[in-house]
Design a protein around this ligand. Sequence first.
Ligand code: ATP
Ligand code: MG
Ligand code: FE
Length: 349
Amino acid sequence: MIILGYESSCDETGVALVCTERGLLAHSLHSQIAMHRDYGGVVPELASRDHIQRVLPLTRQALDEARLTLQDVDAIAYTAGPGLAGALLVGASVAQSIAWALGLPAIPVHHLEGHLLSPLLATPAPDFPFVALLVSGGHTQLMKVEGVGRYELLGETLDDAAGEAFDKSAKLLGLGYPGGPALSRLAQQGDPAAFDLPRPMLHSPDLDFSFSGLKTAVLTRLKALEGQAGGLTESQRADLAASTEAAIVDVLGGKAIKAMKRSGLKRLVVAGGVGANRLLRQRLVDDMKKLGGEVYFPPLDLCTDNGAMIAFAAAQRVRAGLVDLADRGHAFTVRPRWDLHEQAAPAEA
Ligand code: ATP
Ligand code: MG
Ligand code: FE
């Protein structure tokens, strides 16, 4: 069965074709990063308009790459939430319209389930069960994953997400949007031990996180350095970037390993944009080796938002019998706020 999938929850338009038996066939992607850069963040109205312009050319591109036509498609998947309402509506209405026109089922997908299952697109893919560390621009969660649709929340951030911590610190350091990759690049020239930044909640007994205090600590150090004679030097800026990255990675790594020990599981899966971070990857590889376990990541280009993970999550739900393929009603809604564990219920609309 061939599924055409759409992602448009934020600032990436993604389209993909996935076969339930053969896996990913093709995917096309357009990032709006350059368009939003001047504003220092995503402008929702511009995002929606750009999705509208990109979605059909990207559909054509994905079909061509897979050497398929719309007539070969058996179902249409789309991100139904969480995300920006206007942006979500573009993908949802395009997907539902195509499904209606072709008489196909439409499959709403939870964006985080897309991220969560994306490591299964890599080789080797992890078997269930595993612990997932979901680290994206809007979420930081540890989850126990027993199977498709069987997700237990172990802990999550009480305030900022890890990606947000990267982005906000990067902004303070005068780096562009989105700041995560830029901060990480600058950090390579700095000393991670130069500044003793806090590791919020690292030793708390739970599996929750808190990152909002970290950006305040970065701001305080920055102000002090800028106030000194001669101002902030380039090497101090790199040191502060490296120290920030080290603090975030320490907390993520520490809590992930605590979750592994508590669950008794041996497989850790990392998903979401921050999963592209080199230091985090290295740290988790080393720590899981010490624990006698294994860590799995999505392919590097599928860490941040993309259509492949949405079509793939839909395919996994179909295979698990969680989708009513006979349902051809095309009334739909999007859910800008939506908890993944709500979605975990076996019967889905
Ligand atoms: P959500 O999925 O929670 O709705 P999102 O879709 O915006 O949020 P993603 O696309 O998964 O999030 O990830 C984007 C985030 O990942 C940004 O905060 C970005 O800075 C961060 N990021 C990407 N690459 C890196 C990197 N190499 N190091 C650190 N952070 C990174
Ligand atoms: Mg994005
Ligand atoms: Fe995302």
